[in-house]
Design a protein around this ligand. Structure first.
Ligand code: SF4
Ligand code: SF4
Length: 74
């Protein structure tokens, strides 16, 4: 079998390949999301809370508990 013309399909497994949640503008630093996150992926940043994409399991709990709906999947 001649495979010379078969393009190599890159197989990449990593955080880039799946959804995770992010906290963007609008966080008032109430801490509800961090307290509820089952993966301990949320911590207080400088001006807002931050989500570690490598820990986030995309469960959506942070978006559910946030009073302002700030965390969103990307
Ligand atoms: S989606 Fe779930 S695991 Fe990810 S940051 Fe929000 S609460 Fe944590
Ligand atoms: S629950 Fe919402 S407002 Fe509160 S810290 Fe998390 S993202 Fe910010």
């Amino acid at each position: 079998m001649n495979l010379d013309n078969v393009p190599a399909a890159p197989i990449v497994y990593g955080v880039e390949d799946r959804f995770h949640y992010v906290i963007s503008d609008g966080c008032v630093m109430c801490g509800s999301c961090a307290a509820a996150c089952p993966a301990d992926a949320i911590s207080a940043g400088g001006e807002q809370y931050e989500i570690d994409p490598e820990r986030c399991i995309d469960c959506g709990t942070c978006a559910y508990v946030c009073p302002l709906g700030v965390p969103q999947p990307v």
